[in-house]
Ligand binder design. Structure first.
Ligand SMILES: C[S@@+](CC[C@H](N)C(=O)[O-])C[C@H]1O[C@@H](n2cnc3c(N)ncnc32)[C@H](O)[C@@H]1O
Length: 314
């Protein structure tokens, strides 16, 4: 289950509790493939079936939205989930700069940014940010509530934009433009079956010196040197090398050129989350390509990827 409904908690303890409560739901309780099966591509029919199950989750409404599919996290929840530097990165954006929230759900974090309490709670950078940055929310499905439309009507035209009906990678860089800050809190980075293409597209949208903040739950953290004792051997998101050995998510991110990567894990729990800060340092970004070898629909889905040698991202 992905963690954090709207919350007023803001202390370190809250971080531990919140991430601990982010224990993953294995979709429909289907077992994950073990790393030994990593050399096989998912059968086409099985992959299509899981993708169609995943599409159903996106389209759920009202009482049938799965408990683990949280779509209304507050900005405070974003600051707790993401690395601490996110708060300052957002606070320092000026009115000509742009923030992209990938997988925005209802867009509550963006709405909170324009709310009255934001400036009171974030005094640093207040003069510089003035009327605040422009924001774009992307979601596969339209989750906007009346508050989104009310806020958009009060702000200057084009200050906030909500795009739905396509995934991030299905949108062209031209229609999205460039961004100084990108966030993804249990959005496309946690849900896509094409993670290297997703990362390529995300980084192409960042200005040089722009920063991407995201996280994953239930991964093998960079700082863990042995696999934890667990009922299953697989993590919710994992990568294998072409020879079937494990590659940690953080190690893959650090192989991307033109980025500076920071990975930080919550150390005390057995379904660890890892938070990422990825700063783009130049334009010649090359993302090591990964292919999907396992995908089981869920909130978020269980995914296994395999590194593809010397080819472009699929
Ligand atoms: C669990 S909700 C998270 C919503 C929000 N970030 C929050 O924390 O409340 C997942 C969101 O990610 C979106 N999403 C999933 N895959 C995506 C993709 N590849 N591109 C864009 N949005 C995606 C969904 O449409 C949905 O808006």
């Amino acid at each position: 289950m992905d963690a954090f409904k709207k919350t007023g908690l803001a202390c370190g303890l809250a971080v531990a509790i919140a991430i601990a409560s982010a224990a993953p739901v294995r979709a429909q309780d289907k077992p994950l493939a073990s790393p030994s099966s990593a050399g096989q591509k998912p059968a086409g029919a099985a992959f299509s079936r899981e993708m169609s199950e995943q599409a159903k989750i996106y389209q759920t409404r009202g009482d049938v939205v799965p408990v683990g599919y949280v779509i209304d996290r507050s900005l405070l929840a974003y600051t707790i989930n993401l690395l601490p530097e996110f708060r300052q990165s957002l606070a320092e954006l000026g009115p000509t700069q742009r923030w992209l929230d990938i997988g925005a759900g209802e867009g509550q974090a963006i709405l909170d940014y324009y709310g009255e309490r934001y400036d009171a709670m974030n005094r640093e950078g207040r003069d510089k940010r003035g009327s605040k940055a422009r924001s774009v929310a992307i979601s596969i499905e339209d989750r906007r509530q009346p508050e989104w439309h009310e806020t958009a009507a009060k702000l200057e035209p084009g200050k906030i934009t909500y795009l739905f009906g396509k995934t991030l990678s299905e949108r062209t860089p031209e229609e999205l433009g460039k961004f100084d800050l990108v966030t993804d809190v249990f959005g496309g980075f946690s849900y896509t079956p094409r993670i290297s293409r997703f990362m390529e597209r995300t980084l192409s949208l960042l200005e040089v010196n722009g920063v991407f903040y995201t996280l994953l739950i239930d991964v093998h953290p960079e700082t863990w040197h042995s696999r934890p004792a667990r009922p299953t051997t697989a993590f919710q998101t994992q990568i294998v090398n072409p020879d079937g050995t494990e590659m940690k998510i953080c190690a893959w991110l650090k192989q991307i050129s033109c980025v500076e990567v920071q990975c930080e894990a919550e150390p005390k729990i057995d379904t660890p989350a890892e938070r990422y800060r990825i700063r783009k340092t130049c334009n010649e970004v090359v993302v090591p390509a990964l292919e999907s070898v396992h995908f089981v629909a869920g909130t978020p889905p269980a995914r296994e990827f395999r590194l593809v040698k010397r080819s472009r991202a699929p």
